[in-house]
Design a protein around this ligand. Structure first.
Ligand code: CDP
Length: 208
């Protein structure tokens, strides 16, 4: 089984994806971490994230072991990730890895921006997870400050809206609500309620 989860920054995709993967015995892949890893490699080497050739080279040589590194979670890396993610050759270099994870038994939950549209258009269940910007900023602020980063909530909100705008406006694989996706607005749903709603949808879809 393949479950695709897309949505804007800090909408709760990761938390939901991890819980669904555990519940259904699937592998979980945070595809945003791939773009963040490319960005971090460039920033570490002092290279401008806009450098296409360097970004493509970094994408071609990612070590999956780095994907869980908390260093990838900074706002600086997130911004640079959305710059490298707009590059078609970077996206192409990361595509096969994502498809291989999805195709490996017993299946996977993938979260990102283009999972339902590009990476796994044949996914069994597709979700589009969103929430109001202010709510997403508040949740991400708690996450970042909890991880030791010093940042104002207003700056988090600016960061999220800049990334959302870039992710929606790019020509290649922009963030969009795909036709068959189930919309899950978590503005007023806590993680438990969102998880329950998602499980019901998956159970209903796979029973049908
Ligand atoms: O965790 P958060 O929602 O803040 O972002 P993320 O999922 O870690 O993604 C970081 C950036 O990677 C996004 O802003 C996108 O530009 C890019 N991304 C993408 O283009 N396609 C994906 N499938 C996943 C992430």
């Amino acid at each position: 089984m393949i479950i695709a989860i897309d949505g804007p920054a800090a909408s709760g995709k990761g938390t939901l994806g991890r819980r669904l993967a555990r519940h259904f015995g699937l592998v979980y892949l945070d595809t945003g971490a791939l773009y963040r890893a490319v960005a971090a490699a460039l920033l570490d080497a002092g290279i401008d994230p806009d450098d296409n050739a360097a970004a493509v080279a970094a994408a071609a040589s990612i070590d999956p072991a780095i994907l869980g590194d908390p260093r990838l979670r900074t706002t600086e890396v997130g911004q640079a990730a959305s710059i490298v993610a707009a590059k078609p050759e970077v996206r192409a270099a990361l595509l096969q890895y994502q498809r291989d994870v999805a195709a490996t038994a017993p299946g996977a939950v993938l979260d990102g921006r283009d999972i339902a549209t590009v990476v796994c258009p044949d996914a069994d269940v597709k979700f589009f997870v969103t929430a109001d910007l202010a709510v997403r900023a508040q949740r991400r602020h708690v996450e970042l400050t909890g991880g030791g980063q010093m940042i104002e909530q207003g700056a988090v909100m600016d960061d999220l809206s800049a990334r959302d705008a870039r992710d929606q406006a790019r020509a290649d694989a922009p963030l969009t609500l795909s036709e068959h996706a189930h919309l899950l607005d978590t503005t007023k749903l806590d993680i438990e309620a969102a998880f329950k709603a998602a499980v019901e949808i998956v159970d209903g879809t796979t029973r049908a």
